[in-house]
Design a protein around this ligand. Sequence first.
Ligand code: FMN
Length: 185
Amino acid sequence: MKLGRLVKTKRIFPLPRVYQLLEPGPVLLVTTAYKGKSNIMTQSWHMMMEFEPPLVGCLISGRNSSFEALVATKECVLNIPEEHLARQVVGIGNCSGRKLDKFRKFKLTAQPASKVEPPLIEECFANLECRVVDTRMVNKYNLFVLEVIKAWAEPAKKDPHTLHHRGKGLFMVAGKTIRLPSRKK
Ligand SMILES: Cc1cc2nc3c(=O)[nH]c(=O)nc-3n(C[C@H](O)[C@H](O)[C@H](O)COP(=O)(O)O)c2cc1C
């Protein structure tokens, strides 16, 4: 094995930054509704867990007011923003909705959802209405398992320019799409 070459071209990567390599995408805006108020948080730690019904695992810190709302109401909407919303995405992720109306501050439009209380964000090209279906890993990992019960997406949006977080204010923007033969979904 050409260990010498590997050592030359690679450096030890700090463990606290591993997430920057594995970060799933796209960055989401999660809406919740609690005590008569809607809120938004930015979220990038999530993963698909099942095709049908679609299940999504989401890590939400207990320090966020969205955590409290999700525990209490068990409902949220996962809104998928594109590049043109990048500044709002970062702004929303750097303040708390406890004392602030983020819809107003970041000039986003709330639209009623069909099956849950939290609103859809009109400016996002896709919106997933979700219910929390498993909280067994919330205490240990802050991991909520969500079931998508209704999904909306702009049909014309074939190659959305979604944002993919690389840490510290860096984002990759999805662009190029390639198609390969595959029998799997
Ligand atoms: C790019 C980005 C990604 C983020 N991803 C997450 C995440 O996956 N989970 C989380 O708990 N917080 C995440 N945050 C932080 C929350 O969005 C932030 O704490 C937010 O202000 C919480 O708002 P709230 O108190 O109104 O719920 C992220 C922030 C940014 C800027």
